[in-house]
Design a protein around this ligand. Structure first.
Ligand code: ATP
Ligand code: MP5
Length: 539
C-alpha cells in the first residue's frame, strides 16, 4: 500500500527546504505526500527574507480538512515558527488521539536555518518541547537544536560551545549523551545527526528512551556545499519509510542511502547561487530517460550543446559509482584486509577480461572511426594485451590461463563489449569501453588514498619503502600510473568528440552503453567477494 504522509511545515519557494522538500522526499521514497502550511517563508539559497504566519485558526482548518477525509499513515512536523502554531498542532494531535486515530509522528524541531536565520521564536522553545514530550515518536534535531532541547551547552554547537573546530570524536560522544537525555526526557527515539560536526564523517545515530543505541551509521561526508534542506528531507524520509516498515533502524539505513545519493547528485542541479538544495529525485532520472527514449523523444540532457557529453554521463552514473565505492571488495582492497585467495581470484578474472578487452579495442581500431580514434584504440589494444601478460607473470605464476574458469559476470561483460564494438556504430563502441578506462582511473584514486592512509599508519615503514607493508601495495601503485590516467582522459575526449558527430538516436545508445558498462564494472568487483567468504583474512 502507498503510505499517506502529512507534512506540517513552513514553505520554501525555491523548493529546497520546508514543505516543498518534504513532498519531494515523500514521493522519492514511494509515499503519497500531503501538506498543511504553518508559515509562508520568503527565502532562497542565501537566506530568509521574511516570514508570514497566517492565523492559527486557518492552520487548524487545513489540518481538520485532511484528517476529516484521509487516513494518515505518518505525520512529519517541521517549522512551527511561533508558540501559538506549536500549540495548535499540539491540540490537533491530542484530538486525533482522543478520536482513536494513531499514527507515528516525526518532529524535526526546526529552530535556526542553515543560513543562520531564526525560524522559531525564542519564547516558542518550551511549546516545542511540550509537543515533543506529548506526541513525538521520533525527534530529528541537528546539534544546535539538540542542545536547546537538552537545555545544556554540553552539545557541540550548543549555546556555550566555543570549540567550533573541536575534536569530532569527542563532539560525537557529547552529542550521543545529549541525545540519550533528550530521548529519556521526551520518551521519544532521537535521531542524533552529525552533519554539523567537523571532519570527514557525518555520523548519524538512533537512541531510544532507555538509552539503547538502536543504530549508528557513519556515512562519508559528500564534498558539496548544497546541504540546504537536508534536515527537512531526512525527517520526511524517516516518516515515509517508518510508515512502510515500522522499523527505525531500517528506515535510517535506507534514508541515508537515498540522501547521500541526493547530496552527491546536487551539484548537477544548479539551483541558486548560495547553499543549494539536494537532488531528491536523483534515482528517478534513469527511469524517465528510458520512458523518453521509448517514446522516441530527446532525453534533453545528453545533447552535445548542453555542456560536455561525458559530464552528463558522469552525473548519470553517480549512483553506480557510489555503489562501487561502498563494495566490501573495494574497501578491503584499499585497507589491505582482502583475503589473498580472493584477490588472486579477482586477478584471474581480470586477466581473462583484459584479453577480451584487447579484442574489443582492436575492433574499434578496425572500425569506420576517424584515423586518430583508430590509432588510439590500436595502441590501447596492445597495452591491454601486455598488461594481461604482466598480471599473469607477476601474480598468477606460470599458469598460462588456458584452463581458467571464466565467471558469469566476466563473460557477461566480455560479451557486452564485443557486441558493442563489433556490431554497433563506432560512437557506441567508444562509449561502451570508456568505463573501463575512466572508472578504473577514479577507483585508482580511491585505492591510492587507501594506500597513503596505510603508509601513514605504519610509520616504521620509512618513506623509502614505497608501498609500506600493504599486501597489494605494488599492484595499487601501478593503478595510479599517470600514463593510465592520461589514457582515461584521452578516451573521454574521444567520446565527447564521438557525441558531436552522432545523431540523437546514436547519442542515446551511447548513454545506454556507457551506463550498462558502469553496471558491469560494479558487478565485476562485487562478484569477487561473496559475503559468505570462508577464507580467513591475511595476517
Ligand atoms: N556533506 C554531507 N555529506 C553527507 N551527509 C550529510 C552532509 N551534510 C549533512 N549530511 C546529512 O544530512 C542529514 C541532516 O543533517 P544535519 O546535521 O545537517 O541536519 P540539519 O542541520 O537539520 O539540516 P539542515 O541543513 O537542513 O538544517 C544527516 O543525515 C547528515 O548526516
Ligand atoms: C520552511 C523551512 N523549514 C526548514 C528550514 C531549514 O532548512 P535549512 O536549515 O536547510 O535552511 C528552512 N530553511 N525553511
Amino acid at each position: 500500500m502507498t503510505v499517506r504522509i502529512l507534512s506540517i511545515a513552513g514553505t520554501d519557494p525555491t523548493g529546497g527546504a520546508g514543505i516543498q522538500a518534504d513532498l519531494k522526499s515523500v514521493a522519492a521514497l514511494g509515499g503519497y505526500g500531503m501538506a498543511a502550511v504553518t508559515c509562508l517563508v520568503a527565502q532562497n539559497t542565501h537566506g530568509v527574507r521574511s516570514i508570514h504566519t497566517p492565523p492559527v485558526a486557518f492552520l487548524r482548518e487545513q489540518l481538520d480538512a485532511v484528517s476529516d477525509d484521509v487516513a494518515i499513515d505518518a505525520v512529519k512536523i517541521g517549522m512551527l515558527g511561533t508558540a501559538e502554531v506549536a500549540a495548535t498542532v499540539h491540540a490537533w494531535l491530542t484530538d486525533q488521539r482522543a478520536a482513536g486515530r494513531r499514527f507515528p509522528v516525526v518532529l524535526d524541531p526546526v529552530m535556526v536555518a542553515s543560513s543562520g536565520d531564526r525560524l522559531l521564536d525564542q519564547d516558542a522553545e518550551d511549546a516545542v518541547r511540550a509537543l515533543a514530550v506529548a506526541h513525538a515518536d521520533l525527534l530529528t534535531p541537528n546539534l544546535a537544536e539538540l542542545a536547546v532541547l537538552d537545555g545544556t551547552a554540553a552539545v557541540p554547537g550548543g549555546p556555550l560551545d566555543s570549540a567550533e573546530d573541536g575534536d569530532p570524536v569527542e563532539g560525537w560522544d557529547r552529542a550521543l549523551a545529549a541525545g540519550r537525555r533528550v530521548a529519556a526526557h521526551t520518551d521519544s527515539v532521537v535521531l542524533v545527526k552529525g552533519g554539523h560536526l567537523p571532519g570527514e564523517r557525518t555520523p548519524d545515530a538512533l537512541v531510544a528512551p532507555d538509552g539503547a543505541l538502536l543504530a549508528e551509521i557513519a556515512a562519508p561526508r559528500v564534498a558539496t556545499r548544497n546541504t540546504h534542506g537536508t534536515g527537512c528531507s531526512l525527517s520526511s524520509a524517516m516518516a515515509t519509510l517508518y510508515a512502510r516498515t515500522g522499523a527505525w533502524p531500517a528506515s535510517l539505513a535506507a534514508a541515508k542511502r537515498w540522501l547521500t545519493g541526493a547530496l552527491a547528485a546536487s551539484d548537477g542541479l544548479d539551483v541558486g547561487s548560495g547553499t543549494g538544495p539536494v537532488h531528491h529525485g536523483h534515482h528517478l532520472d534513469a527511469a524517465v530517460d528510458a520512458w523518453l527514449a521509448e517514446a522516441g523523444a530527446s532525453d534533453g540532457g545528453a545533447s552535445p550543446e548542453a555542456g560536455r557529453f561525458t559530464d552528463r554521463l558522469w552525473e548519470r552514473s553517480t549512483d553506480i559509482r557510489r555503489q562501487i565505492d561502498e563494495l566490501e571488495f573495494i574497501v578491503r582492497l584499499a585497507d589491505g584486509t582482502l583475503p589473498e585467495p580472493r584477490f588472486r581470484a579477482y586477478l584471474a578474472q581480470d586477466a581473462a577480461y583484459l584479453q577480451a578487452y584487447s579484442r574489443a579495442l582492436s575492433a574499434l581500431a578496425a572500425s569506420s572511426a576517424p584515423a586518430h580514434v583508430r590509432t588510439f584504440f590500436a595502441r590501447g589494444a596492445i597495452t591491454a594485451a601486455t598488461e594481461e601478460t604482466v598480471l599473469h607473470r607477476q601474480w598468477l605464476g606460470d599458469d598460462d590461463g588456458q584452463d581458467l574458469q571464466i565467471g558469469p559476470v566476466t563473460s557477461q561483460y566480455v560479451d557486452f563489449l564485443l557486441a558493442h564494438t563489433g556490431r554497433e556504430p563506432w560512437q557506441v563502441g567508444v562509449a561502451a569501453v570508456l568505463p573501463c578506462y575512466w572508472l578504473y582511473a577514479e577507483i585508482a584514486a580511491t585505492l591510492s588514498r587507501g594506500l597513503e592512509a596505510h603508509r601513514a599508519a605504519s610509520p616504521e615503514q620509512s618513506s623509502t619503502a614505497s608501498n609500506g607493508d600493504h599486501p597489494y601495495g605494488t599492484w595499487l601503485a601501478a593503478y595510479d600510473d599517470p600514463g593510465f590516467q592520461d589514457a582515461a582522459a584521452a578516451c573521454r575526449a574521444l567520446v565527447d568528440e564521438a557525441a558531436q558527430t552522432a545523431d540523437e538516436a546514436t547519442r542515446r545508445a551511447m548513454t545506454t552503453a556507457f551506463l550498462r558498462a558502469c553496471e558491469l564494472e560494479r558487478d565485476f568487483f562485487a562478484a569477487e567477494l561473496p559475503t559468505s567468504d570462508a577464507v580467513s583474512p591475511r595476517g
